[in-house]
Design a protein around this ligand. Sequence first.
Ligand SMILES: Cc1cc2nc3c(=O)[nH]c(=O)nc-3n(C[C@H](O)[C@H](O)[C@H](O)COP(=O)(O)OP(=O)(O)OC[C@H]3O[C@@H](n4cnc5c(N)ncnc54)[C@H](O)[C@@H]3O)c2cc1C
Length: 447
Amino acid sequence: MHNIKDLFKSVLSNDRILTDDNEVMPYSRDKSYFNSVRPLAVLKPKDSKELSEIMKIANENKIKVIARSGGTSLTGASIVNTDAVVISLELMNRIRIYKDDQIAIVQPAVKIDELNRELARYNLFFPVDPASSYISEIGGNLSTNAAGLLSVRYGPISRWVLGLEVVLPDGSIIRTGTSTIKQSLGFDLTHLFIGSEGILGIITEAKLQVISKPKDAVSVVISYDSIKDLIEDVKIARVELDILKLEFLDNLSAKILSKELNDMQIKPGFILNIEAFDSASKIESLFKDKDIKILKDDEKQKFLFSRKRLHDYLESIVSKEGKDMLVEDIAIPLSNLYEAYIEIEELLKKEEHYIFGHIGEGNLHINLFIDKGDIRHYEDLTYKLGELTLRHNGTISAEHGIGLEKKELLKLHYKYLNSEHSLELIKSIKRLIDPNNILNPGKVIDL
Ligand SMILES: Cc1cc2nc3c(=O)[nH]c(=O)nc-3n(C[C@H](O)[C@H](O)[C@H](O)COP(=O)(O)OP(=O)(O)OC[C@H]3O[C@@H](n4cnc5c(N)ncnc54)[C@H](O)[C@@H]3O)c2cc1C
Protein backbone atom coordinates (compact mmCIF):
# COMPACT_ATOMS: atom_id res chain seq x y z
CA MET A 1 0.00 0.00 0.00
CA HIS A 2 1.38 3.40 -1.00
CA ASN A 3 1.57 6.38 1.30
CA ILE A 4 0.16 8.91 -1.13
CA LYS A 5 1.28 11.98 0.81
CA ASP A 6 4.88 10.71 0.88
CA LEU A 7 4.82 9.83 -2.82
CA PHE A 8 3.66 13.21 -4.07
CA LYS A 9 5.10 15.58 -1.45
CA SER A 10 8.10 16.37 -3.67
CA VAL A 11 5.68 17.83 -6.25
CA LEU A 12 2.78 19.34 -4.33
CA SER A 13 2.53 21.28 -1.09
CA ASN A 14 0.65 19.50 1.70
CA ASP A 15 -2.49 21.60 1.27
CA ARG A 16 -2.83 20.36 -2.32
CA ILE A 17 -2.81 16.66 -1.38
CA LEU A 18 -6.17 15.84 0.21
CA THR A 19 -6.52 12.52 2.02
CA ASP A 20 -9.10 13.00 4.79
CA ASP A 21 -12.52 11.41 4.24
CA ASN A 22 -14.42 14.68 4.42
CA GLU A 23 -12.02 16.27 1.94
CA VAL A 24 -11.93 13.49 -0.66
CA MET A 25 -15.51 12.24 -0.63
CA PRO A 26 -16.97 15.24 -2.52
CA TYR A 27 -14.70 14.23 -5.42
CA SER A 28 -15.84 10.61 -5.53
CA ARG A 29 -19.14 11.04 -7.43
CA ASP A 30 -20.38 12.62 -10.61
CA LYS A 31 -24.02 13.23 -11.66
CA SER A 32 -24.67 9.63 -12.71
CA TYR A 33 -26.46 6.98 -10.66
CA PHE A 34 -23.39 4.72 -10.25
CA ASN A 35 -21.95 3.89 -6.84
CA SER A 36 -18.51 5.30 -6.11
CA VAL A 37 -15.59 4.31 -3.88
CA ARG A 38 -13.44 6.55 -1.73
CA PRO A 39 -10.62 8.22 -3.70
CA LEU A 40 -7.14 7.36 -2.38
CA ALA A 41 -6.41 11.08 -2.49
CA VAL A 42 -7.22 14.24 -4.38
CA LEU A 43 -4.28 16.03 -5.98
CA LYS A 44 -4.48 19.64 -7.15
CA PRO A 45 -1.71 20.59 -9.59
CA LYS A 46 -1.52 24.23 -10.61
CA ASP A 47 0.17 23.76 -13.99
CA SER A 48 1.11 21.16 -16.58
CA LYS A 49 4.66 20.82 -15.21
CA GLU A 50 3.39 19.75 -11.81
CA LEU A 51 0.88 17.44 -13.46
CA SER A 52 3.67 15.93 -15.54
CA GLU A 53 5.66 15.12 -12.35
CA ILE A 54 2.53 13.64 -10.75
CA MET A 55 1.92 11.41 -13.77
CA LYS A 56 5.55 10.17 -13.78
CA ILE A 57 5.22 9.09 -10.15
CA ALA A 58 1.76 7.57 -10.70
CA ASN A 59 2.96 5.65 -13.74
CA GLU A 60 6.10 4.31 -12.01
CA ASN A 61 4.00 3.14 -9.06
CA LYS A 62 1.03 2.01 -11.21
CA ILE A 63 -1.35 4.27 -9.32
CA LYS A 64 -4.63 4.83 -11.13
CA VAL A 65 -5.59 8.38 -11.93
CA ILE A 66 -8.97 9.98 -12.69
CA ALA A 67 -9.03 13.50 -14.13
CA ARG A 68 -11.88 15.66 -12.90
CA SER A 69 -13.16 19.02 -14.09
CA GLY A 70 -16.75 19.92 -13.14
CA GLY A 71 -17.78 16.39 -12.12
CA THR A 72 -21.11 16.67 -14.00
CA SER A 73 -20.77 13.53 -16.12
CA LEU A 74 -24.10 11.74 -16.49
CA THR A 75 -22.53 8.43 -17.60
CA GLY A 76 -20.14 7.72 -14.72
CA ALA A 77 -17.12 9.00 -16.67
CA SER A 78 -15.65 10.94 -13.75
CA ILE A 79 -16.89 8.74 -10.91
CA VAL A 80 -14.27 7.01 -8.75
CA ASN A 81 -14.96 3.36 -9.54
CA THR A 82 -11.69 1.84 -8.27
CA ASP A 83 -8.72 2.61 -5.97
CA ALA A 84 -7.45 5.76 -7.66
CA VAL A 85 -6.27 9.28 -7.03
CA VAL A 86 -8.38 12.10 -8.42
CA ILE A 87 -6.60 14.88 -10.26
CA SER A 88 -8.72 17.94 -9.63
CA LEU A 89 -7.92 20.61 -12.19
CA GLU A 90 -9.68 23.33 -10.20
CA LEU A 91 -6.57 25.52 -9.82
CA MET A 92 -6.06 25.68 -13.59
CA ASN A 93 -8.61 28.30 -14.64
CA ARG A 94 -6.76 30.95 -16.63
CA ILE A 95 -8.29 32.56 -19.73
CA ARG A 96 -6.28 34.46 -22.38
CA ILE A 97 -8.09 36.20 -25.25
CA TYR A 98 -6.53 37.21 -28.57
CA LYS A 99 -9.20 39.43 -30.11
CA ASP A 100 -7.64 39.96 -33.56
CA ASP A 101 -7.11 36.23 -34.05
CA GLN A 102 -10.51 35.35 -32.51
CA ILE A 103 -8.83 32.83 -30.24
CA ALA A 104 -9.22 32.07 -26.54
CA ILE A 105 -6.59 29.97 -24.78
CA VAL A 106 -8.16 28.39 -21.72
CA GLN A 107 -7.18 26.03 -18.93
CA PRO A 108 -9.40 23.04 -18.08
CA ALA A 109 -11.27 24.42 -15.06
CA VAL A 110 -12.82 27.33 -16.96
CA LYS A 111 -16.60 27.17 -17.27
CA ILE A 112 -18.12 28.16 -20.64
CA ASP A 113 -20.31 30.77 -18.88
CA GLU A 114 -17.17 32.32 -17.38
CA LEU A 115 -15.44 32.28 -20.75
CA ASN A 116 -18.40 34.00 -22.39
CA ARG A 117 -18.51 36.67 -19.70
CA GLU A 118 -14.84 37.47 -20.46
CA LEU A 119 -15.36 37.29 -24.24
CA ALA A 120 -18.34 39.68 -24.07
CA ARG A 121 -15.89 42.47 -23.15
CA TYR A 122 -14.42 42.08 -26.65
CA ASN A 123 -17.78 41.51 -28.42
CA LEU A 124 -16.75 37.86 -28.88
CA PHE A 125 -18.55 34.61 -28.10
CA PHE A 126 -17.83 30.88 -27.71
CA PRO A 127 -20.72 29.13 -29.53
CA VAL A 128 -21.04 25.93 -27.50
CA ASP A 129 -23.76 25.91 -24.85
CA PRO A 130 -24.26 22.72 -22.85
CA ALA A 131 -27.18 23.08 -20.45
CA SER A 132 -24.51 22.51 -17.77
CA SER A 133 -22.48 25.57 -18.87
CA TYR A 134 -22.77 27.00 -15.35
CA ILE A 135 -21.32 23.90 -13.63
CA SER A 136 -19.27 21.85 -16.14
CA GLU A 137 -15.77 22.88 -17.24
CA ILE A 138 -13.82 23.01 -20.49
CA GLY A 139 -11.58 20.02 -19.60
CA GLY A 140 -14.64 17.80 -19.21
CA ASN A 141 -16.49 19.47 -22.13
CA LEU A 142 -13.58 18.64 -24.45
CA SER A 143 -13.18 15.14 -23.08
CA THR A 144 -16.85 14.32 -23.74
CA ASN A 145 -17.17 16.34 -26.97
CA ALA A 146 -19.95 18.34 -25.35
CA ALA A 147 -22.62 20.07 -27.38
CA GLY A 148 -25.95 21.52 -26.22
CA LEU A 149 -28.49 24.16 -27.10
CA LEU A 150 -26.53 25.85 -29.88
CA SER A 151 -25.28 22.73 -31.64
CA VAL A 152 -28.07 22.75 -34.25
CA ARG A 153 -26.29 25.82 -35.64
CA TYR A 154 -22.69 25.55 -34.42
CA GLY A 155 -22.10 21.83 -33.85
CA PRO A 156 -20.26 20.20 -30.93
CA ILE A 157 -17.18 21.57 -29.17
CA SER A 158 -14.81 19.56 -31.40
CA ARG A 159 -15.52 22.05 -34.24
CA TRP A 160 -14.03 24.91 -32.26
CA VAL A 161 -10.73 23.46 -31.06
CA LEU A 162 -7.56 24.54 -32.85
CA GLY A 163 -5.03 22.88 -30.56
CA LEU A 164 -4.42 21.28 -27.18
CA GLU A 165 -1.78 20.77 -24.52
CA VAL A 166 -2.05 17.30 -23.01
CA VAL A 167 -0.11 15.46 -20.29
CA LEU A 168 0.25 11.79 -21.13
CA PRO A 169 0.28 8.92 -18.60
CA ASP A 170 4.12 8.74 -18.68
CA GLY A 171 4.34 12.45 -17.83
CA SER A 172 5.25 13.71 -21.31
CA ILE A 173 3.67 17.02 -22.24
CA ILE A 174 2.50 17.23 -25.85
CA ARG A 175 1.06 20.11 -27.86
CA THR A 176 -1.15 19.69 -30.93
CA GLY A 177 -2.60 21.89 -33.69
CA THR A 178 -1.84 25.53 -34.36
CA SER A 179 -3.43 29.00 -34.22
CA THR A 180 -5.15 29.01 -37.60
CA ILE A 181 -8.59 27.72 -38.54
CA LYS A 182 -7.18 25.87 -41.51
CA GLN A 183 -4.56 23.30 -40.66
CA SER A 184 -3.42 20.40 -42.79
CA LEU A 185 -0.76 18.81 -40.67
CA GLY A 186 -1.22 15.17 -41.37
CA PHE A 187 -2.61 13.05 -38.55
CA ASP A 188 -5.06 15.12 -36.43
CA LEU A 189 -3.82 14.54 -32.89
CA THR A 190 -6.05 17.25 -31.43
CA HIS A 191 -9.21 15.32 -32.22
CA LEU A 192 -7.81 12.04 -30.93
CA PHE A 193 -8.09 13.49 -27.43
CA ILE A 194 -11.49 15.16 -27.85
CA GLY A 195 -14.15 12.80 -26.57
CA SER A 196 -11.56 10.42 -25.12
CA GLU A 197 -13.02 10.80 -21.59
CA GLY A 198 -9.70 11.06 -19.81
CA ILE A 199 -8.45 7.61 -20.79
CA LEU A 200 -5.56 8.78 -23.02
CA GLY A 201 -4.23 11.97 -21.46
CA ILE A 202 -5.12 14.97 -19.32
CA ILE A 203 -5.88 18.20 -21.18
CA THR A 204 -4.18 21.17 -19.56
CA GLU A 205 -4.83 23.85 -22.16
CA ALA A 206 -7.05 24.37 -25.20
CA LYS A 207 -6.80 26.87 -28.01
CA LEU A 208 -10.41 27.66 -28.97
CA GLN A 209 -11.77 29.47 -31.98
CA VAL A 210 -14.36 32.10 -30.98
CA ILE A 211 -16.79 34.15 -33.08
CA SER A 212 -18.17 37.66 -32.98
CA LYS A 213 -21.19 37.87 -30.71
CA PRO A 214 -24.32 36.88 -32.67
CA LYS A 215 -27.17 39.39 -32.85
CA ASP A 216 -30.30 38.76 -30.78
CA ALA A 217 -32.55 36.00 -32.02
CA VAL A 218 -36.35 35.90 -31.90
CA SER A 219 -37.64 33.23 -29.52
CA VAL A 220 -41.03 31.54 -29.81
CA VAL A 221 -42.79 28.76 -27.97
CA ILE A 222 -45.30 26.53 -29.77
CA SER A 223 -47.54 24.02 -27.95
CA TYR A 224 -48.71 20.83 -29.68
CA ASP A 225 -51.16 18.03 -28.92
CA SER A 226 -49.29 15.72 -31.22
CA ILE A 227 -45.59 14.84 -31.25
CA LYS A 228 -45.91 13.98 -34.94
CA ASP A 229 -46.92 17.58 -35.82
CA LEU A 230 -44.12 18.93 -33.66
CA ILE A 231 -41.46 16.85 -35.43
CA GLU A 232 -42.86 17.91 -38.84
CA ASP A 233 -42.45 21.55 -37.79
CA VAL A 234 -38.86 20.92 -36.67
CA LYS A 235 -38.10 19.75 -40.21
CA ILE A 236 -39.76 22.87 -41.65
CA ALA A 237 -37.98 25.21 -39.23
CA ARG A 238 -34.56 23.74 -40.05
CA VAL A 239 -35.00 24.42 -43.75
CA GLU A 240 -37.00 27.65 -43.78
CA LEU A 241 -35.53 29.56 -40.83
CA ASP A 242 -32.09 30.90 -39.92
CA ILE A 243 -32.06 28.68 -36.83
CA LEU A 244 -30.14 29.26 -33.59
CA LYS A 245 -31.88 26.83 -31.22
CA LEU A 246 -34.57 24.14 -31.49
CA GLU A 247 -35.51 22.75 -28.09
CA PHE A 248 -38.19 20.25 -27.14
CA LEU A 249 -40.09 19.29 -23.98
CA ASP A 250 -42.61 16.49 -23.62
CA ASN A 251 -45.83 17.35 -21.78
CA LEU A 252 -44.57 16.18 -18.35
CA SER A 253 -41.32 18.18 -18.61
CA ALA A 254 -43.34 21.13 -19.91
CA LYS A 255 -45.53 20.97 -16.79
CA ILE A 256 -42.46 21.24 -14.57
CA LEU A 257 -41.07 24.13 -16.59
CA SER A 258 -44.44 25.90 -16.61
CA LYS A 259 -44.50 25.74 -12.80
CA GLU A 260 -41.19 27.61 -12.74
CA LEU A 261 -42.50 30.09 -15.31
CA ASN A 262 -46.02 30.47 -13.95
CA ASP A 263 -46.33 34.11 -14.98
CA MET A 264 -45.50 33.24 -18.59
CA GLN A 265 -48.60 31.12 -19.21
CA ILE A 266 -47.27 28.42 -21.48
CA LYS A 267 -50.06 26.26 -22.88
CA PRO A 268 -49.87 22.58 -21.87
CA GLY A 269 -48.76 19.99 -24.41
CA PHE A 270 -45.55 19.08 -26.20
CA ILE A 271 -43.46 22.23 -26.40
CA LEU A 272 -41.16 23.42 -29.17
CA ASN A 273 -38.92 26.41 -28.51
CA ILE A 274 -37.49 28.00 -31.64
CA GLU A 275 -34.83 30.70 -31.63
CA ALA A 276 -34.03 32.10 -35.07
CA PHE A 277 -32.45 35.11 -36.74
CA ASP A 278 -35.70 35.81 -38.60
CA SER A 279 -38.46 38.32 -37.96
CA ALA A 280 -41.26 37.38 -35.58
CA SER A 281 -43.73 37.89 -38.43
CA LYS A 282 -41.89 35.41 -40.67
CA ILE A 283 -41.96 32.78 -37.93
CA GLU A 284 -45.61 33.50 -37.16
CA SER A 285 -46.65 33.20 -40.79
CA LEU A 286 -44.69 29.94 -41.18
CA PHE A 287 -46.63 28.42 -38.26
CA LYS A 288 -49.81 30.49 -38.62
CA ASP A 289 -52.32 27.82 -37.66
CA LYS A 290 -50.33 26.84 -34.54
CA ASP A 291 -50.55 27.82 -30.91
CA ILE A 292 -47.55 30.17 -30.99
CA LYS A 293 -46.26 32.63 -28.40
CA ILE A 294 -43.52 35.16 -29.19
CA LEU A 295 -41.36 35.62 -26.08
CA LYS A 296 -40.45 39.09 -24.90
CA ASP A 297 -36.77 39.66 -24.03
CA ASP A 298 -37.17 39.02 -20.31
CA GLU A 299 -39.35 35.96 -21.00
CA LYS A 300 -36.73 34.58 -23.38
CA GLN A 301 -34.07 34.87 -20.66
CA LYS A 302 -36.32 33.29 -18.03
CA PHE A 303 -37.31 30.46 -20.34
CA LEU A 304 -33.67 29.72 -21.18
CA PHE A 305 -32.61 29.87 -17.53
CA SER A 306 -35.31 27.42 -16.47
CA ARG A 307 -34.78 25.15 -19.48
CA LYS A 308 -31.11 24.81 -18.49
CA ARG A 309 -32.12 23.91 -14.95
CA LEU A 310 -34.72 21.26 -15.83
CA HIS A 311 -32.27 18.54 -14.76
CA ASP A 312 -31.90 20.24 -11.35
CA TYR A 313 -35.69 20.48 -10.91
CA LEU A 314 -36.04 16.78 -11.76
CA GLU A 315 -33.18 15.91 -9.39
CA SER A 316 -35.01 17.56 -6.52
CA ILE A 317 -38.22 15.63 -7.28
CA VAL A 318 -36.28 12.38 -7.59
CA SER A 319 -34.53 12.83 -4.28
CA LYS A 320 -37.85 13.56 -2.54
CA GLU A 321 -39.15 10.27 -3.97
CA GLY A 322 -36.01 8.48 -2.65
CA LYS A 323 -35.10 7.39 -6.17
CA ASP A 324 -32.26 8.05 -8.58
CA MET A 325 -32.14 9.31 -12.14
CA LEU A 326 -30.72 7.80 -15.29
CA VAL A 327 -30.31 10.24 -18.16
CA GLU A 328 -30.27 8.88 -21.70
CA ASP A 329 -28.76 10.90 -24.52
CA ILE A 330 -29.67 9.46 -27.89
CA ALA A 331 -29.99 11.23 -31.24
CA ILE A 332 -31.98 9.98 -34.21
CA PRO A 333 -32.17 11.46 -37.72
CA LEU A 334 -35.32 13.60 -38.05
CA SER A 335 -36.79 11.40 -40.79
CA ASN A 336 -36.92 8.45 -38.35
CA LEU A 337 -37.62 10.38 -35.17
CA TYR A 338 -41.40 10.04 -35.00
CA GLU A 339 -41.40 6.24 -35.45
CA ALA A 340 -38.58 5.96 -32.90
CA TYR A 341 -40.40 8.21 -30.42
CA ILE A 342 -43.50 6.00 -30.51
CA GLU A 343 -41.33 2.92 -29.89
CA ILE A 344 -39.55 4.69 -27.01
CA GLU A 345 -42.87 5.54 -25.36
CA GLU A 346 -43.97 1.91 -25.77
CA LEU A 347 -40.70 0.64 -24.23
CA LEU A 348 -41.00 3.02 -21.27
CA LYS A 349 -44.77 2.86 -20.73
CA LYS A 350 -44.42 1.46 -17.20
CA GLU A 351 -41.59 3.84 -16.17
CA GLU A 352 -41.70 7.34 -14.70
CA HIS A 353 -39.84 9.33 -17.33
CA TYR A 354 -39.46 12.81 -18.75
CA ILE A 355 -38.18 13.54 -22.26
CA PHE A 356 -36.69 16.81 -23.44
CA GLY A 357 -33.74 17.78 -25.58
CA HIS A 358 -32.08 19.46 -28.48
CA ILE A 359 -34.56 18.26 -31.08
CA GLY A 360 -33.03 20.18 -33.97
CA GLU A 361 -30.40 17.42 -34.11
CA GLY A 362 -32.85 14.70 -33.07
CA ASN A 363 -31.16 14.66 -29.65
CA LEU A 364 -33.46 13.44 -26.86
CA HIS A 365 -32.60 13.31 -23.17
CA ILE A 366 -34.73 10.62 -21.59
CA ASN A 367 -34.77 11.06 -17.84
CA LEU A 368 -35.80 7.84 -16.11
CA PHE A 369 -36.60 7.75 -12.40
CA ILE A 370 -34.98 4.58 -11.14
CA ASP A 371 -35.13 2.39 -8.10
CA LYS A 372 -31.57 1.42 -7.21
CA GLY A 373 -32.68 -1.91 -5.84
CA ASP A 374 -33.46 -3.13 -9.34
CA ILE A 375 -30.58 -1.75 -11.35
CA ARG A 376 -30.47 -4.71 -13.77
CA HIS A 377 -33.93 -3.77 -15.03
CA TYR A 378 -32.74 -0.28 -15.97
CA GLU A 379 -29.52 -1.55 -17.52
CA ASP A 380 -31.69 -3.79 -19.65
CA LEU A 381 -33.89 -0.84 -20.65
CA THR A 382 -30.82 1.24 -21.52
CA TYR A 383 -29.57 -1.52 -23.77
CA LYS A 384 -32.96 -1.89 -25.48
CA LEU A 385 -33.13 1.86 -25.99
CA GLY A 386 -29.67 1.77 -27.55
CA GLU A 387 -30.71 -1.05 -29.88
CA LEU A 388 -33.84 0.84 -30.88
CA THR A 389 -31.75 3.95 -31.58
CA LEU A 390 -29.24 2.08 -33.73
CA ARG A 391 -32.06 0.46 -35.70
CA HIS A 392 -33.23 3.96 -36.59
CA ASN A 393 -29.72 5.03 -37.68
CA GLY A 394 -29.20 7.05 -34.51
CA THR A 395 -26.36 7.40 -32.04
CA ILE A 396 -26.30 5.81 -28.58
CA SER A 397 -24.79 9.04 -27.24
CA ALA A 398 -24.99 12.47 -28.83
CA GLU A 399 -23.08 14.46 -26.24
CA HIS A 400 -22.73 12.80 -22.81
CA GLY A 401 -20.31 10.06 -23.82
CA ILE A 402 -19.80 6.42 -22.89
CA GLY A 403 -18.35 6.40 -19.35
CA LEU A 404 -19.35 3.31 -17.38
CA GLU A 405 -22.90 3.28 -18.68
CA LYS A 406 -22.59 2.63 -22.39
CA LYS A 407 -19.61 0.27 -22.77
CA GLU A 408 -21.82 -2.57 -23.99
CA LEU A 409 -23.67 -0.23 -26.32
CA LEU A 410 -20.40 1.02 -27.79
CA LYS A 411 -19.71 -2.58 -28.80
CA LEU A 412 -23.17 -2.74 -30.36
CA HIS A 413 -22.54 0.55 -32.18
CA TYR A 414 -19.52 -0.94 -33.94
CA LYS A 415 -21.42 -4.16 -34.58
CA TYR A 416 -24.09 -2.15 -36.40
CA LEU A 417 -21.35 -0.50 -38.43
CA ASN A 418 -20.03 -3.96 -39.20
CA SER A 419 -16.69 -2.67 -37.91
CA GLU A 420 -15.78 -4.47 -34.72
CA HIS A 421 -12.16 -3.97 -35.71
CA SER A 422 -12.61 -0.25 -34.84
CA LEU A 423 -12.99 -1.27 -31.21
CA GLU A 424 -9.73 -3.25 -31.37
CA LEU A 425 -8.04 -0.19 -32.86
CA ILE A 426 -9.27 1.96 -29.95
CA LYS A 427 -7.89 -0.61 -27.51
CA SER A 428 -4.54 -0.65 -29.32
CA ILE A 429 -4.29 3.15 -29.13
CA LYS A 430 -5.12 3.02 -25.42
CA ARG A 431 -2.46 0.34 -24.79
CA LEU A 432 0.14 2.30 -26.76
CA ILE A 433 -0.39 5.56 -24.89
CA ASP A 434 -1.21 4.08 -21.48
CA PRO A 435 0.47 0.64 -21.28
CA ASN A 436 -0.09 0.42 -17.51
CA ASN A 437 -3.77 1.32 -17.88
CA ILE A 438 -3.60 3.95 -15.15
CA LEU A 439 -5.80 6.63 -16.73
CA ASN A 440 -9.50 6.33 -15.89
CA PRO A 441 -9.49 2.51 -16.17
CA GLY A 442 -12.80 0.74 -16.80
CA LYS A 443 -14.33 3.72 -18.58
CA VAL A 444 -15.33 3.71 -22.29
CA ILE A 445 -13.72 0.31 -23.03
CA ASP A 446 -12.55 -2.74 -21.12
CA LEU A 447 -9.12 -3.85 -22.22
C1 LIG B 1 -27.70 19.74 -15.51
C2 LIG B 1 -26.87 19.07 -16.57
C3 LIG B 1 -27.06 19.43 -17.89
C4 LIG B 1 -26.25 18.88 -18.90
N1 LIG B 1 -26.42 19.29 -20.18
C5 LIG B 1 -25.55 18.90 -21.13
C6 LIG B 1 -25.64 19.41 -22.45
O1 LIG B 1 -26.54 20.19 -22.79
N2 LIG B 1 -24.71 19.02 -23.34
C7 LIG B 1 -23.70 18.17 -23.01
O2 LIG B 1 -22.86 17.89 -23.84
N3 LIG B 1 -23.63 17.64 -21.77
C8 LIG B 1 -24.51 17.99 -20.82
N4 LIG B 1 -24.42 17.47 -19.55
C9 LIG B 1 -23.41 16.46 -19.22
C10 LIG B 1 -22.08 17.03 -18.69
O3 LIG B 1 -22.23 18.31 -18.17
C11 LIG B 1 -21.06 17.03 -19.82
O4 LIG B 1 -20.70 15.71 -20.13
C12 LIG B 1 -19.80 17.86 -19.53
O5 LIG B 1 -19.10 18.05 -20.73
C13 LIG B 1 -18.89 17.26 -18.48
O6 LIG B 1 -18.00 18.25 -18.06
P1 LIG B 1 -17.36 18.22 -16.59
O7 LIG B 1 -16.42 19.36 -16.49
O8 LIG B 1 -18.37 18.13 -15.56
O9 LIG B 1 -16.53 16.86 -16.70
P2 LIG B 1 -16.26 15.73 -15.63
O10 LIG B 1 -17.52 15.09 -15.18
O11 LIG B 1 -15.36 16.24 -14.57
O12 LIG B 1 -15.45 14.70 -16.54
C14 LIG B 1 -16.04 14.08 -17.66
C15 LIG B 1 -15.00 13.17 -18.32
O13 LIG B 1 -13.90 13.94 -18.80
C16 LIG B 1 -12.69 13.54 -18.15
N5 LIG B 1 -11.94 14.79 -17.90
C17 LIG B 1 -12.28 15.84 -17.14
N6 LIG B 1 -11.36 16.79 -17.25
C18 LIG B 1 -10.39 16.33 -18.07
C19 LIG B 1 -9.18 16.86 -18.58
N7 LIG B 1 -8.75 18.08 -18.26
N8 LIG B 1 -8.45 16.09 -19.42
C20 LIG B 1 -8.85 14.85 -19.78
N9 LIG B 1 -10.00 14.29 -19.33
C21 LIG B 1 -10.76 15.04 -18.49
C22 LIG B 1 -13.11 12.85 -16.88
O14 LIG B 1 -12.11 11.93 -16.45
C23 LIG B 1 -14.37 12.16 -17.36
O15 LIG B 1 -14.04 11.02 -18.10
C24 LIG B 1 -25.25 17.94 -18.55
C25 LIG B 1 -25.09 17.56 -17.23
C26 LIG B 1 -25.91 18.10 -16.24
C27 LIG B 1 -25.70 17.67 -14.82
